[in-house]
Each structure stands twice: as C-alpha cells, then as structure tokens.
Design a protein around this ligand. Structure first.
Ligand code: KIV
Length: 289
C-alpha cells in the first residue's frame, strides 16, 4: 500500500468526538509514531490519536530508558509527525523534567508542543503528584492526556517496568490518580500495565475515556508502533501484539543489497544516468587533448 496524506477536507479528530465515541461505545485506536512516513501511514488507515511518545528514546534513539529524552528531540519528532497528519489528533509526550519542576515550566514546555511542533495536545505521566502541573496546563488552554499505572519516567523508583495496581491499596492509588486528572480537566487517560479487573473498576469511577496499553479492555487501545510491526527486536512486552515482522523484511532487503553491490549486480542499467553519444565522444576527445 502506498500511503498518501488524508484529504485536507477531512475533519481533525476532536476531544468532543472522542467523548462522543465513548458514549456510543465506539473503540478508539491510538498508536505511537515518531516520524513523517509512519505518521502518514497511521493517519491514512484511520488511527484517531497519534502519540509522539517518549518511548522514542528506546525505539528510535537507542537509550535504555525514556529518561534521557529531551524537549528538543521531542519537538523535532512531533513536528515531523504533525506535518504528515491531517485527521488524527497529534499528542506530544512531555519528556522527563520538562514538567515536574514547576507549573511555569510545565505550561511553557507544554505550549511549545502546540506553538512550535503543531501538536493538538500533550501527555504527562502521573496523577495526584503532578496534579498542580496538570491543572496549570489545562488552565492554559492546552488539551491534556493523562498517563497512569506504569509510568516509565519513574522506572528508577519502580526498579523495572512491572505491572502496577496488583494489590487493593495500589489499585486505590490508581483510582485516586485518575480522579485527580479528571478533576483538573484531562480529556482522557492512558492506563499502562494494570490488571484488567482494576481497569474495569477504573472505568466505573471516571467519566473520561480510558485508553489502555497492557490494561485489558477499555475505551480504546494504544501500542508502540515498533512493537506492532516488529521493528524493535530487543524486547516485546507481553501485552503487545506483533502484526508483522518488518525487521526481518528490512534485514533481507539490506542483505540482498550488500550481496548485489559486492557481486556487481547493482546498479543495473535502469539505475544509471547517461549522456548523449555525441557528448561522450566530445568528452573523450577533450580528455585526450
Ligand atoms: O511513550 C510512549 O510511547 C507512551 C505509550 C506507551 C503510552 O507513553
């Protein structure tokens, strides 16, 4: 399939539309994207919300965690995605230390995703403990997507990427986090790596859409694009479904190229530029003189 940008006449997905989909029980398909070509493909096939996740630090930039990702990196990649997307809502993921330090920094950095990169909103990790930052962002008129459960920017506190909310006490904290985000006006919440039964209780407690990644059934699902297409070989989380093995396809193609170059099979005539015979003759005589 050749991906082309969706028609410019197509309407951008709005918060109102996402809320109405929840009311009607229509599921929302969310996905991460980090660059122009993948964003084109995702928009073309009807993904409603594209997250330029800081998972990019691991899937694209080769970091071991999301912690080293910077605002500059996020803004560059969000810009590339936003330039490709006409219909989906594009959300920029606020990197570590871009919103935790103060409400003023949170608002300024969140705003840059809209004014410089062309996103329609931002995502931050955490609930109760970032409530003041979340409120300041929403009060500045910036659409906010919450993220609770396994929040990878806290990996050093967790000591790994494990399932959250496994005890009743932990699950109550998740509900409190979600309620804190709703109270300040987050338009939706991503719940990552929590038991499916806890997600069901969460859905009963909050009025906004809850989108899951490793959280069982909810109002919609989000996956990391590299997991879905099999492009990140280092690790595939239990909750991810691999729909293709793009890594193998790419490896085969690159291997064939290397073999062709070494065997002199590439480039073929069709890949070469030629000058006219007369010009060639003239050139040869010029070189001889
Ligand atoms: O960074 C990311 O891609 C995310 C999703 C996995 C929710 O936060």
């Amino acid at each position: 399939m050749t991906a082309t940008p969706s028609s410019t006449k197509e309407q951008r997905v709005t918060i109102k539309q996402l809320h109405s989909m929840k009311q009607k029980g229509e599921k929302v398909a969310l996905l991460t994207a980090y660059d122009y070509p993948f964003a084109l493909i995702e928009d073309c096939v009807g993904v409603e919300l594209i997250l330029v996740g800081d998972s990019m630090g691991m899937t694209v930039l080769g970091y071991e965690t999301t912690l080293p990702v910077t605002m500059v990196e996020m803004l560059n990649h969000t810009g590339a995605v936003a330039r490709a997307v006409k219909r989906a809502m594009v959300i920029g993921d606020m990197p570590f230390l871009s919103y935790q330090t103060s409400t003023a920094e949170a608002v300024r950095n969140a705003g840059r995703f809209l004014s410089e990169a062309g996103a329609q909103g931002v995502k931050i990790e955490g609930g109760v403990r970032v409530k003041d930052k979340a409120k300041a962002i929403v009060d500045a008129g910036i659409p906010l997507l919450g993220h609770i459960g396994l929040t990878p920017q806290s990996v050093c506190q967790y000591g790994g990427f494990g399932v959250q909310g496994k005890s009743a006490e932990e699950a109550i904290k998740l509900v409190d986090d979600a309620k804190a985000l709703v109270e300040v006006g987050a338009f939706a919440i991503i719940a990552e790596c929590i038991p499916a039964q806890v997600t069901q209780l969460l859905l009963e407690e909050v009025p906004v859409p809850v989108y899951g990644i490793g959280a069982g059934e909810c109002d919609g699902q989000i996956l990391v694009i590299h997991d879905l297409i099999g492009l990140f070989e280092q690790f595939l989380p239990k909750f991810a479904k691999k729909y293709a093995d793009v890594s193998s396809i790419a490896k085969d193609a690159v291997q064939s190229y290397v073999e062709d170059v070494k065997a002199g099979r590439f480039p073929e005539v069709e890949h070469q530029f030629k000058i006219k015979k007369e010009e060639l003759a003239k050139l040869k005589s010029l070189l001889k003189s």
